[in-house]
Design a protein around this ligand. Structure first.
Ligand code: SF4
Ligand code: SF4
Length: 378
């Protein structure tokens, strides 16, 4: 039965592609998004389908490098490459793309992407602890609402937004419940299973169905006997986003006998404790508050990420931490210094890996992960 749920999550991309194609033929709009900072609630409130477009494949990178510098993060090159070669059907179906000024590479890439599709860029402040930056962000969320209304020819009411807030809050609760299963020892889900289930939300055209499936998975795991009784190091993965296609560190760690019990990155736990308030006077302000609290390394300073990692190490009974930086991602790369200090202060092994989407470093990654796992106290 667990396998059936997993197959459902694994085939979400193909199934939803067909559904989105049909929805488009019936006049529904699609909005492509690249980042956790995009307030999906507004897209749902506009009656459109939000789809995640983050590039997680090496295939289109060569084409992207005809336009973008080679020494750029692979996530940005892959995302742009899919767009430039028109090989991502979700990008193809998108009526509007929403970008954000998170890291420098992304914000400059979005300027170029505007030649391919309408792109709306949200100006994200780089500090989240002042009134001025909060006001700017509230205005940016209002601006997105106006752009969606104009581009999709709809009117978005406050009631529409509050309804969407409930849906996304429920989605986050359901994904968090799935991740929290792995607080158990031994963990019932592998890292690959967690990633497969969590990643499927990027393409889901029906949030209600996704929530039901996630809740069904949680119930199923609670009812079954856990067969993974082997004692193995429990590893937390943090750092840059990972998706299906760029899971090599998760896969290698599990092949080497570790359990990836938790993921702090954007594909994992980073935003799951953040719920939008449901009873404020203005839903835009409520959304701005929630999104502003995301602990991404593009924020300076970014203390909440360290707090989150600290708590997750305790809650998931973690034995070691792997911090993955995609090449040329300066913010996560530099923040690795503080993350390493925290992990070592808790007496745990810490491994910082810098990699790209190719398989050229598989052997050296394997050697380094193996060496770290040997340091875990038995
Ligand atoms: S790591 Fe930061 S910039 Fe990248 S998707 Fe997450 S929130 Fe957005
Ligand atoms: S991984 Fe780093 S450099 Fe790449 S898009 Fe995300 S924040 Fe930017």
């Amino acid at each position: 039965m667990l396998d059936e749920f997993m197959q459902g999550f694994a085939s979400a991309r193909e199934v939803n592609l067909l559904r989105i194609k049909e929805a488009k033929e019936n006049g529904r709009k699609v909005v492509g998004i690249y980042c956790t900072y995009c307030p999906q609630e507004l897209i749902l409130a506009a009656g459109a389908i939000p789809v995640g477009l983050c590039g997680m494949s090496e295939n289109p990178i060569a084409a992207a490098e005809e336009t973008l510098p080679r020494n750029l993060c692979p996530l940005i090159k892959s995302s742009y490459g899919f767009a430039a070669t028109d090989t991502c059907p979700f990008f193809h179906f998108s009526d509007l793309i929403v970008g954000e000024t998170t890291c420098d590479g992304k914000k400059k890439m979005f300027e170029i992407m505007q030649d391919l599709k309408p792109v709306h860029v949200m100006q994200l402040p780089h500090l989240n602890n002042t009134e001025a930056s909060f006001e700017l962000w509230v205005e940016e969320v209002r601006c997105l609402k106006k752009r969606l209304e104009k581009e999709l020819q709809v009117t978005i009411s406050d009631q529409d937004i509050w309804r969407a807030v409930e849906v996304i809050n429920q989605e986050k609760q359901a994904i968090k419940a799935m991740f929290d299963l792995n607080r158990a020892d031994p963990p019932p889900l592998s890292g690959m299973e967690m990633l497969t289930a969590a990643w499927s939300r990027s393409f889901s055209s029906d949030k209600g169905e996704l929530i039901d499936n996630l809740n069904g998975l949680v119930r199923e795991v609670a009812n079954q006997t856990n067969n993974r009784q082997v004692k193995a190091p429990r590893v937390l993965l943090t750092g840059c986003p990972v998706g299906l296609g760029t899971e090599k560190v998760i896969r290698l760690s599990e092949e080497l006998g570790a359990y990836i019990v938790a993921m702090e990155n954007c594909s994992g736990y980073k935003t799951l404790e953040l719920q939008t308030a449901t009873n404020g006077a203005d839903p835009i302000v409520a959304l701005a508050e929630k999104y502003m609290a995301i602990p991404c390394s593009c924020m300076s300073p970014n203390p909440y990420r360290l707090k989150l990692i600290d708590n997750m190490i305790d809650d998931f009974r973690v034995d070691a931490v792997i911090d993955l930086t995609w090449q040329a991602c300066h913010t996560y790369n530099i923040e690795a210094f503080e993350v390493g200090k925290l992990v070592k202060s808790k007496g745990l092994p810490y491994l910082h890996l810098e990699s790209d989407y190719s398989n050229s470093d598989l052997e050296s990654l394997k050697v380094r992960i193996e060496a770290m796992l040997e340091m875990v106290e038995k």
